[in-house]
Design a protein around this ligand. Structure first.
Ligand SMILES: *Cc1c(COP(=O)(O)O)cnc(C)c1O
Length: 383
């Protein structure tokens, strides 16, 4: 049994512990449902959903079945390159022209769907004497980015095929509703996508090496959409895409735990208002403890009066509003609780567990958002 206090070391105020080995277990679980030849693109945008992109990428660097990394921006891609990560990197969104020089120089794959983009990228690649690998995005139902899977899309692909600086390595689409119980919409998107890639084969004799569409939800519940490559994001971190997912079907282990320590414990009489606005007033004599974490750390203010933390293996409810840097919890029913005690904000203590999903729901937010927001002010320790 690992001693949490030893792991946290000097990070008493707040500290996230990220268990990188759990990512490997999660990938193994995800792989089980896929065809053996399907590769995985590890989605580590937004600093790996707040978990630490460089650390995650290093952990996965030697895995043969991990094709590469997907990020959202050039800055994220360059950060990986600066840290000597050499696997392929795909930028999932639009990339602005002022970055094309660096992008080509570092062999970073852009997602293309606009003609002006394709033309400029091809010119830049030629200028550097290279052929740039690109992935074409197809809009089959998100209405976000991507070419349409119709004659206009076909014409776009044909133009790209003729651009001397570009090589079409991949083509992909993204599901809007694969995390729902009813998979009708996702399967319709899949059908539009595969019909389109079939047209490319038949009418342009183009066989794109990497066709991909599955996100975490689809990997777990629509493995038949796996194709050549899948894009694993949230499940890599051991978190669930939505509450409608079948949690018995795939074993996931969260990587992330969040800890603090009680800094003040006091007993107040009935009728005492607690925190900003005095929205909570004690109904009786209560023991109140202060936790030195707040929304300035990304801990949601929406948890005011709703969230709970774990102290000595028991749940302590939040009293009143969460402040920027502190909040109060009720330890009346945990008489053994005292100043300096470990507080678990996310994670396991004894038989109790607070999940990111629980906090997401209680705060009216979303576990993806919460993970991203547990911000830069929180030091991280990697196991
Ligand atoms: C973020 C993202 C993913 C990962 O989605 P998860 O639900 O986290 O698995 C996959 N593909 C695209 C295009 C994305 O933007």
């Amino acid at each position: 049994m690992l001693n949490i206090e030893n792991i946290l070391g000097e990070h008493k105020r707040v500290c996230a512990v990220v268990e990188l080995d759990a990512a490997l277990e999660n990938l193994e679980s995800l792989k089980k449902g896929l065809m053996p030849e399907t590769k995985i693109l590890a989605v580590i945008k937004a600093n790996a959903y707040g978990h630490g992109a460089v650390q995650l990428a290093k952990k996965l660097a030697s895995l043969e079945y991990v094709f590469g990394y997907a990020v959202a921006t050039v800055e994220e891609a360059l950060q990986l390159r600066r840290n000597n990560l050499h696997k392929p990197i795909l930028i999932l969104g639009y990339t602005f022209p002022d970055c094309y020089e660096k992008l080509v120089a570092e062999d970073i794959r852009p997602t293309i769907f606009r003609q002006d983009m394709a033309v400029s990228l091809s010119e830049e690649a030629l200028r550097q004497g290279k052929k740039l690998k690109v992935h074409i995005k197809v809009d089959t139902g998100m209405s976000r980015i991507g070419i349409f899977p119709d004659d206009t899309g076909l014409a776009f692909v044909k133009q790209v095929m003729d651009m001397p600086g570009l090589e079409i390595e991949g083509i992909f689409t993204h599901f809007a509703r694969a995390d729902e119980k009813d998979k009708t919409s996702a399967l319709e998107q899949f059908e539009r996508f595969t019909s389109f890639t079939k047209r490319l084969e038949e009418e342009l004799s183009l066989e794109v090496p990497l066709k991909h569409c599955a996100n975490s939800a689809a990997i777990m519940e629509l493995p038949e959409t796996g194709l050549d490559l899948v894009r694993a994001g949230i499940a890599l971190y051991g978190l669930w895409p939505s509450e409608e997912m079948d949690k018995d079907r795939t074993a996931l282990h969260p990587l992330f735990s969040l800890y603090s320590h009680l800094v003040y414990v006091k007993t107040v009489p009935a009728g005492t208002p607690v925190s900003y606005g005095g929205i909570y007033v004690t109904d009786k004599k209560r023991r109140i403890a202060t936790v030195p974490v707040g929304y300035g750390d990304g801990y949601p203010r929406g948890l005011s009066e709703k969230g709970e933390v774990l102290v000595r293996g028991k749940r302590a409810p939040i009293l009143g509003r969460v402040c920027m840097d502190q909040f109060m919890v009720d330890v009346t029913d945990i008489p053994e609780a005292g100043e300096g005690d470990l507080v678990t904000l996310v994670g396991v203590d004894g038989t109790e567990c607070i999940t990111m999903e629980e906090l997401g729901t209680l705060s009216g937010r979303f576990n993806y958002e919460l993970a991203c927001d547990l911000g830069s002010r929180i030091p991280r320790v990697y196991l």
